[in-house]
Ligand binder design. Structure first.
Ligand SMILES: Cc1cc2nc3c(=O)[nH]c(=O)nc-3n(C[C@H](O)[C@H](O)[C@H](O)COP(=O)(O)O)c2cc1C
Length: 202
């Protein structure tokens, strides 16, 4: 059978979500998937980016990462979305990309794929679940199959978020627990998508 296609589409201002996305790439590839890592376009004006050197630096460091397009969504059997929490919601940069997908949605081309999401926030109660649940609203509209990590691996009892891998930036950069959780989430997404793909091919 053709391997599962996974698109990992993310926004990251200062690198945290980018780090989790890379761990998700590792998990998905280890599970046998072909993976496309894609960032969404930066929509903030240069004067906003410029006042935060770490934002500007991350933008430069990831200049070589391809930008997400509709073809990535169409190609994918499964999509993992990554976004920082912004006032308890997904970042507007990711929403801007999602809000261009109307024509695909209208043709039913986003339906029946596996979707899952991961996030980060500055504080433990800063809105991780509300961000992931808000993204899931879109997956419902697309007719997606939402695959959360739940507590399906021992790492979930340590990382603690059944809705999707989440990191508290105030504790420092993502450590091994968060990275393992991202790898596990990606593996679970691939396993589910592989089962669906095999069934559909039969
Ligand atoms: C405009 C804005 C809103 C934010 N809102 C929240 C929030 O509601 N809760 C929280 O804990 N952190 C909040 N943060 C912190 C970000 O979630 C945090 O910087 C981000 O997860 C880091 O991810 P990144 O390094 O990939 O950009 C906010 C940051 C910005 C710039």
């Amino acid at each position: 059978m053709e391997p599962v296609h996974v698109a990992i589409i993310y926004y990251s201002a200062t690198g945290t979500i980018h780090t989790l996305a890379q761990a998700a790439v590792e998990g998905a590839e280890k599970a046998g998937a072909v993976v496309r890592l894609r960032k969404v376009a930066e929509t903030a004006p240069p004067e906003a980016v410029g006042v935060r050197p770490e934002w500007e630096r991350h933008l430069q460091d990831t200049a070589g990462v391809a930008e997400a397009g509709h073809d990535d969504l169409e190609w994918a059997d499964a999509v993992l979305f990554g976004t920082p929490t912004r006032f308890g919601n997904p970042a507007s940069q990711l929403r801007a990309f999602i809000d261009t997908t109307g024509p695909l949605w209208f043709q039913g081309r986003l339906a029946d794929k596996v979707y899952s999401a991961f996030t980060a926030s500055n504080t433990a109660h800063g809105g991780q679940e509300s961000t992931l649940l808000a993204l899931a609203n879109t997956f419902y509209h697309w007719g997606g199959i939402i695959v959360p990590p739940g507590y399906t691996d021992p790492v979930q009892f340590r990382s603690g978020n059944p809705y999707g891998t989440s990191h508290v930036v105030g504790d420092g950069p993502p450590g091994e627990v968060a990275l393992q959780a991202a790898r596990h989430q990606a593996r679970r997404v691939v396993d589910t998508a592989a089962a669906l793909k095999a069934r559909r091919a039969a």
